[in-house]
Design a binder for this molecule. Structure first.
Ligand code: C2E
Ligand code: MG
Ligand code: MG
Ligand code: MG
Length: 287
C-alpha cells in the first residue's frame, strides 16, 4: 500500500517536472511565433510629477495576447525570453513600437525595461540608437530601466556600459530599488538619473512606520546623489498624500493611472490638454 503510494507520488512528481519543462518549451515556441505574428503589444503607464500630477514620462510594458494561451503576463514570458535569447528581439521590438506608438507626442519621455542579458549584448547600444534614428526619434527620449542584479555581477563592465549609454543620450533609471543588496556607496559609482522605489515599500506606507523611514532615507539618497526619485505602485490616495509629505518627486501606480493602450493614452491626453496634468477622483490634484 505504502509502496504503491510512494510509486504513484514518484511518478506524479516526475510528470510534474516534465510538464514544467514541456510548458517552458511550449511557451518558448509560442513566443517565437508571437514575435513573428505580432501578437505582442505595449501598454503605457503614466509617471507623474508629484507636485502637480503632470505626466512627464510613460513606462512601456509588454503585453502578450496569445490566440492559444490567452493573456500571458511579462512575469511569465520575460524570464523565458531571457533564457532563450528571444529577449534581444523583444527589446528591439519594444523600442521600435514605442517610437511609432508615441510619435504624436515628441515631448513625452518613455521608459523601457532592459534585462541584464540585453546589456550583455555587444550590439545593444548601437542597435537602440539605430532604431530610434530610423523612426525619427532619439536616445534622449528614452529612459532605460535597469535592476540592481545587473550591477552586482560585473560592476566594472556594467559601469563602462552604462557610461556609454549615457554618452549616447539615454537616461538611466534603477528599477525596483531597495529589493537588492547593494549599498548606497556602491550605487554612487553608477551614472543613474533616477531611482524607482520598489512598490513593496510603498505598499507598507502608513501601515508600517519603518516603511516611512525607509522611503524617507531613499528620498534623501536621491537628493544627495542629485537624481530623481520615483515611487512605484501607488495604489491609494493615502499613499499619494504620504509620498508628497516625504517629498518623493515622481509617482506611478494604479491610483495615478493604469497602464493604457496607446489609443486610451491618446484619449487621456486629449482630455487633459497641453499641460497633461491628471485630475484624480477625490481631488488630490493639487498639493
Ligand atoms: P516593472 O518594470 O517594475 O513594472 C511595473 C509593474 O508593476 C508592471 O507590471 C505594472 O503593470 C505594475 N504596476 C503598476 N502600478 C501598479 C500598482 O499600483 N500596483 C501593483 N500591484 N502593480 C502595479 P507588469 O506590466 O506585469 O510587468 C512586470 C514586470 O515585467 C516589469 O516590472 C518588468 O520587470 C517586466 N517587463 C515588462 N515589460 C518588459 C519589457 O518590455 N522588457 C523587459 N525586459 N521586462 C519587462
Ligand atoms: Mg520598470
Ligand atoms: Mg519596477
Ligand atoms: Mg517593482
Amino acid at each position: 500500500q505504502a509502496k504503491a503510494a510512494a510509486e504513484r507520488d514518484a511518478i506524479s512528481y516526475h510528470a510534474g517536472m516534465e510538464t514544467g519543462a514541456l510548458q517552458k518549451k511550449r511557451l518558448e515556441a509560442a513566443l517565437r511565433e508571437a514575435i513573428e505574428r505580432e501578437e505582442l503589444s505595449l501598454v503605457y503607464q503614466p509617471i507623474v510629477r508629484a507636485a502637480d500630477l503632470q505626466v512627464t514620462h510613460v513606462e512601456a510594458l509588454l503585453r502578450w495576447n496569445s490566440p492559444t494561451l490567452g493573456f500571458v503576463s511579462p512575469g511569465e514570458f520575460v524570464p523565458v525570453a531571457e533564457e532563450t535569447g528571444l529577449i534581444h528581439e523583444l527589446g528591439r521590438f519594444v523600442v521600435r513600437r514605442a517610437c511609432t506608438d508615441l510619435a504624436d507626442w515628441p515631448g513625452l519621455k518613455v521608459s523601457v525595461n532592459v534585462s541584464p542579458a540585453q546589456l550583455r549584448d555587444p550590439n545593444f547600444a548601437n542597435d537602440l540608437v539605430a532604431i530610434t534614428r530610423r523612426h525619427g526619434s532619439a536616445p534622449g527620449r528614452f529612459t532605460l530601466e535597469l535592476t540592481e542584479g545587473l550591477l552586482v555581477r560585473n560592476p566594472t563592465i556594467a559601469k563602462r556600459k552604462l557610461a556609454r549609454l549615457k554618452a549616447l543620450g539615454f537616461s538611466l533609471s534603477l528599477d525596483d530599488f531597495g529589493t537588492g543588496f547593494s549599498s548606497i556607496g556602491y550605487l554612487r559609482q553608477f551614472p543613474f538619473d533616477a531611482l524607482k522605489i520598489d512598490r513593496s515599500f510603498v505598499a507598507d506606507l502608513g501601515a508600517n512606520p519603518t516603511a516611512n523611514a525607509l522611503i524617507q532615507s531613499m528620498v534623501a539618497l536621491g537628493d544627495a546623489m542629485d537624481i530623481e526619485v520615483v515611487a512605484e505602485g501607488v495604489e491609494t490616495g493615502e499613499q499619494l498624500r504620504l509620498l508628497r509629505l516625504l517629498r518623493c518627486e515622481y509617482l506611478q501606480g494604479y491610483h495615478i493611472a493604469k497602464p493604457l493602450k496607446v489609443a486610451d493614452l491618446g484619449a487621456l491626453f486629449e482630455r487633459l490638454g497641453g499641460e497633461r496634468r491628471l485630475i484624480l477622483e477625490g481631488g488630490s490634484g493639487d498639493g
